[in-house]
Each structure stands twice: as C-alpha cells, then as structure tokens.
Design a protein around this ligand. Sequence first.
Ligand SMILES: Cc1cc2nc3c(=O)[nH]c(=O)nc-3n(C[C@H](O)[C@H](O)[C@H](O)COP(=O)(O)O)c2cc1C
Length: 157
Amino acid sequence: MNVLIVTESCFGNTARVARAVAAGLRSKGAEVTIAEAAAAPALDGVDLLLVGAPTHNMGLPGPASRGQAATKGGNPPATGVAEWLDRLSGFGGRAATFDTVTGTGFFSGSAAKGIQKRLRRSRVDVVARESFVVKATEGPLADGELDRAELWGAALA
Ligand SMILES: Cc1cc2nc3c(=O)[nH]c(=O)nc-3n(C[C@H](O)[C@H](O)[C@H](O)COP(=O)(O)O)c2cc1C
C-alpha cells in the first residue's frame, strides 16, 4: 500500500505526529512518503492519503494565523494544507485526517475536521480522523501522544 502524508507544521509538533503515524504504517508494510503541503508530489499511485495540520483559531491555518504563529516564535510555511486542498482534484483513493490541538473540548476546534469537510466536498472517501494533544501552543506533545499516533498509523494500515 502506498501512503502519502501531506502536512503543515509551525512548531514541529504536527510534523512529529506525521513521523510517528508513518512509523506505524511502515510497521505493517506500507510504503510511506511524508511531504510538506507546499512541496507535495502528485497523487498518482497513492492508495491512502493522510492530511494533517495544527489547529489554528478552531480550524485550518491560513495566512493570518501563520503570521500569529511566527510572532510566537514558530516557523510557519508560506503556504500549507489549506492552499494544497484548493488545488486537489480527482483523487479516487481513501483518506484520513489528523491535527494537533491544545485541548479536546468543543471550543478547541479541529483542523482535521475542516480538512475532512473539504476532502468530502471533493468527493474523497475519508475513513478516519484523529486529534493529538499538545501541552501548549509551541508544544511539546502531551505524554503518550506519539505512541498513540504510531498505533493509529498501524491501525490505518
Ligand atoms: C494562531 C494560533 C491559533 C491557535 N488556535 C488554536 C485553537 O483554536 N485550538 C487549539 O486547540 N489550538 C490552537 N492553537 C494551538 C495549536 O494547535 C498548536 O500551536 C499546534 O498544535 C502546534 O502544532 P505545530 O507545532 O505543528 O505548529 C493555536 C495556535 C496558533 C499559533
């Protein structure tokens, strides 16, 4: 199974989750490529697409929230998952989405939920969605979250 993980990260936490999910998938024999959204390859031959981003202002990062992340010491990309989704068309495989959040309550919001909505609007079959908790805006991830990400990846395979 060929898996492509498309991500965006300002402080490195979502990127860390992506690597843990990839390790889980690889443990079950999947071929996994991780790409930053701005440099993601074409989707030819991809069986499972994973899209992950940090939650910003209850949803997907955009130019303004990336600017806010930079003022807090982050290193945001110029463009990310939202812009990549703008260009997505004709993907016929399955997909799953993930994000990082500072809390899991209703008022935390979820970038993964926004990604799921946009993928479904593009008629992509979204089979799973998961959030991983960071202790603060800049991280680190809460205890056990990287292990949980690896297990989630293995289960997806
Ligand atoms: C501008 C901005 C807005 C944020 N808004 C939210 C939010 O609405 N809900 C939430 O749970 N976390 C929020 N956060 C915290 C991020 O989720 C956290 O910085 C992120 O998960 C870290 O991931 P990264 O290291 O991949 O950037 C926000 C962070 C920034 C910089």
